[in-house]
Design a protein around this ligand. Structure first.
Ligand code: TYM
Length: 325
């Protein structure tokens, strides 16, 4: 099965991005044809610094590699290096109703957050995302919960295209992780962890051990003192338990048992150690790759070449179906 997914290189990728998306990719690449993109054209729809963008692209690549994505098995590339993404997005825009786009939760949230930056690119963002997926005729898209609505719209757009111009695209399915599809903020566990939020609310994959410990020790917890999973009554502790569970593969009831009679402080200290140890290879890989620019760029170039071959074939058919050639 062909699989496509991507991450915006906005800097500060966090443990939510890892647990919601990247961790699933590692297992999927073993038995599927996977394409993992660094979606820079999406990253420029919200305020950004052009001087930082290339650095953020290399940082995202380091994360993919540190997490265990194997460039021999999967295609890793940068979206703007394959021009067909922009072209297919334009063509799909001509069949996407504006009403559908104005219903998108992410557009509503981001246009509230960046009131002076509500651009047409931000509005059309989900069509570019549909283009990303359909360009490779991917059958499945492993993402976190917040992207489910966008994948759903990609299905609608695929269906519309097929009905209007003839069958080309499969309707892509979302793959959500069983647990961890929505990791919550450390400072406000009712909100999802987000890189555009307060840095204290997020654990970045390259945070220092000191920062990780500080952030976890000061994470918002709930009234009471028992380490028990209960999302409604104890959203803070439940979020931390989820992270502990996903990083250690220990079932949640077992973790509860382990910390029975101990307070939040002991649990947070243990969690901080788990996170620091788990993320050690990420920090190491980042340091190593900082001195191996040529190697990383070579991976991205080869990835783009492989992606282009698939993209060009799809676009040829799209042109024919739409009467453009
Ligand atoms: P982005 O860059 O915001 O996030 C990348 C991935 O991380 C997941 N994620 C989370 N999962 C669990 N808990 C969280 N708190 C959390 N925050 C983020 C996201 O669901 C996502 O899977 N539009 C996409 C990027 C994109 C894309 C695509 C994805 C562009 N084209 C095509 C799949 C297919 C985005 O902004 O993700």
């Amino acid at each position: 099965m062909r699989i496509f997914s991507g991450i915006r290189p906005t800097g500060g990728l966090h443990i939510g991005n890892y647990l919601g998306a990247i961790k699933q990719w590692i297992a999927l690449q073993e038995t599927n044809e996977c394409i993992f993109c660094i979606v820079d054209l999406h990253a420029i729809t919200t305020p950004y610094d052009p001087k930082e963008l290339q650095k953020n692209i290399l940082e995202a690549t380091a994360i993919y590699l540190a997490a265990g994505i194997d460039p021999e098995k999967s295609i890793i590339f940068v979206q703007s290096e394959v021009k067909e993404h922009s072209e297919l997005a334009w063509l799909l825009e001509t069949i996407t109703p504006m009403g559908e786009l104005s219903r998108m939760t992410q557009f509503k949230e981001k246009s509230k957050q960046y009131k002076d930056y509500v651009n047409a690119g931000l509005f059309n963002y989900p069509v570019l995302m549909a283009g990303d997926i359909l360009l490779y005729r991917a059958k499945a898209v492993p993402v976190g919960k917040d992207q489910e609505q966008h994948v759903e719209l990609s299905r609608t757009i695929a269906r519309k295209f097929n009905q209007k111009f003839g069958q080309i695209f499969p309707e892509p399915e979302t793959i959500l992780p069983k647990t961890g599809a929505k990791i919550m903020s450390l400072t406000d566990p009712k909100k999802k962890m987000s890189k555009s939020d307060d840095p204290k609310s997020c654990i970045s994959l390259f945070d220092t051990p000191e920062d990780i410990t500080k952030k976890i020790m000061s994470a918002e917890t709930d009234s009471g003192k028992d380490v028990i999973y209960n999302v409604t009554k104890k959203p803070g502790i439940s979020n931390l338990l989820t992270i502990y569970h996903l990083l250690t593969d220990t079932p949640i009831p077992e973790i509860e048992k382990q910390f029975k009679g101990k307070g939040y402080g002991d649990f947070k200290k243990a969690l901080a150690k788990v996170v620091v140890d788990y993320l050690e290879p990420f920090r190491r890989k980042q340091k190593e790759l900082q001195t191996r620019d040529v190697y990383v760029k070579d991976i991205l170039e080869k990835g783009a070449e492989r992606a282009r071959t698939i993209a060009e074939t799809t676009m040829k058919e799209v042109h024919e179906k739409m009467g453009l050639s």
